[in-house]
Design a protein around this ligand. Structure first.
Ligand code: SIN
Length: 477
């Protein structure tokens, strides 16, 4: 079985370590192994990233863009290989994996250019003998802790702006999907990034995070994952006042109002809910449909969901792959069981998909007549289950939508422009899709309000996160 190594200071190593086994969630097969490293290796990576920072940050933005553009080209050339590894590691349908590689590469492409637009300022002076300026500087060594649900895109959304701004990086990929990240680093090596600029450590999350938190050479942590872990990182980062960007959990409401185009709403709800088997932070977790359109929406949506093909993501025709692991599947089962026990009705799916009797599959599911007492309306499901609650008014939909500690993404379907704007103004969410179930892109700010995170990734805010402001007062006498 192939061992995929760690990358520190331009060297690959990992022979002789205990390993983490990476298992294909579609069939239980071993995909590969990665070293189980800890604090020592993380500190090595941080030290070389710190040494590498001096040289990398003193290159021009144009020079750094050259490396990033080369990486972008290599990603496009190796699109199929990257996509296949993602599908093997985490089950995503291959057509979505190809889409993810393009999405991931778009961050590298966009930030290669955005690095050239990190401008300072000249501020009008209050004294003739002084000049006042604002300079922008890269924050330093960045630790990027990345999730399994988008193993490459969430890495490039962090790495792209960090490298473009002049930072060096130490990456800790998810132990569920480390090989996709390693494949990307192989391309960084091919692109010729200088030693120490990009480093990757696999292994114990707690030990690696401890080293990151205790080493004061790390000035910034960028993390995508659960709110629970995000809160731990906030506490742990306090001692050294490390900068944080956190993209945390969500519980997205999707509101369909009486004046929506039902077909558009069904299409948007399918895209939002079932992308990545419902394992996205921004996927619709609760659907609120106004009473005048409720029956029609439920019927058309359930029909469309029954048409989704479930199976091993390597099959070109598959729309919905497996859940990432047993815990993921159990959570989905519990949410459906709880809702049904409290009176919800299953109109599509509603059971594990046991055809092959292996893998963590769950049939795409729609449940109607749901209410706030059900766990699925409160906890992030992270699976292919769409609960639908009937609402009478726009006001009721807004109240229910905002009644959560999360504030990442929300969706609204209405053809009435004034109504759409009125509703969105009152939604406490960092991202809103209006008649759109797929709002993500490299050039837009992605991130949440409330307990869904700190900061934004993507767009110009995504690079500001890796830059310090330095105010310079210049005496002229
Ligand atoms: C996520 O689930 O956090 C990422 C989804 C996206 O970028 O669209």
């Amino acid at each position: 079985m192939k061992l995929y190594n760690m990358y520190i200071d331009g060297q690959w190593f990992g022979e002789g370590y205990e390993t983490i086994k990476v298992i294909n969630p579609a069939n239980g097969e071993l995909v590969g192994e990665v070293p189980y490293a800890g604090e020592k290796e993380t500190n090595q990576a941080i030290n070389v990233a710190h040494t590498g920072f001096k040289k990398w940050s003193s290159l021009t933005a144009y020079d750094r863009a050259g490396y990033l553009r080369k990486l972008y080209q290599l990603m496009m050339e190796h699109q199929e290989e990257l996509a296949e590894m993602m599908t093997l590691e985490m089950g995503k349908p291959i057509k979505e994996s190809r889409g993810e590689v393009q999405y991931a590469a778009s961050f590298i492409d966009w930030f290669a250019e955005e690095g050239k637009r990190i401008y300072g300022e000249t501020i009008p002076t209050h004294a003739g003998s002084k000049r006042l300026q604002v300079w922008k500087k890269p924050v330093g060594v960045v630790a990027a802790i990345t999730p399994w649900n988008f193993p490459i895109a969430m890495l490039t959304r962090k790495m792209g702006p960090a490298l473009a701004a002049g930072c060096t990086v130490v990456i800790k990929p998810s132990s569920e999907t480390p090989i996709s990240a390693i494949k990307l680093i192989e391309l960084c090596e091919k692109a010729g990034f200088p030693k120490g600029v990009v480093n990757l450590v696999t292994g114990s999350s707690s030990k690696i995070t401890k080293a990151i938190m205790e080493n004061n050479k790390v000035r910034k942590i960028t993390f995508t994952g659960s709110t629970e872990v995000g809160k731990i990182l906030i506490r742990q980062s306090a001692d050294q006042v490390k900068k944080l960007s956190l993209e945390l959990g969500g519980h997205a409401p999707l509101i369909v109002l009486d004046d929506a185009n039902v077909d558009t709403a069904v299409k948007g709800a399918i895209a939002s809910k079932f992308r990545n088997t419902g394992q996205t932070c921004i996927c619709a977790n609760r659907i609120y449909v106004q009473s005048g359109i409720y029956d029609e929406f439920v019927e058309k949506f359930a029909k469309a969901v029954k048409g989704l093909k479930v199976g091993n993501g390597m099959d070109e025709m598959v729309d919905v792959g497996p859940l990432i692991n047993k815990e993921g599947l159990e959570k989905v089962e519990n949410h459906v069981e709880d809702a049904v026990s409290k009176g919800a009705k299953v109109v599509a799916g509603g059971s594990p998909y046991t055809k092959e009797n292996v893998g963590f599959f769950y049939t795409p599911t729609v449940i109607k007549d749901v209410n706030e007492s059900m766990v699925v309306m409160e906890e992030e499901t992270f699976g292919p289950v769409a609960p639908i609650q009937k609402v009478e008014t726009e006001e009721e939909a807004i109240q229910l939508a905002n009644d959560t500690p999360y504030g990442l993404a929300a969706y609204v379907f209405t053809e009435n422009v004034a109504r759409g704007m009125r509703v969105i103004e009152r939604l406490d969410y960092g991202i809103v899709g209006w008649n759109d179930g797929a709002p993500s892109a490299a050039q837009v700010p992605f991130g949440g309000m409330k307990e869904s995170g700190v900061g934004r990734e993507g767009g110009h805010e995504g690079i500001d996160a890796f830059v310090e402001t330095q105010y310079v007062a210049i005496g002229m006498e």
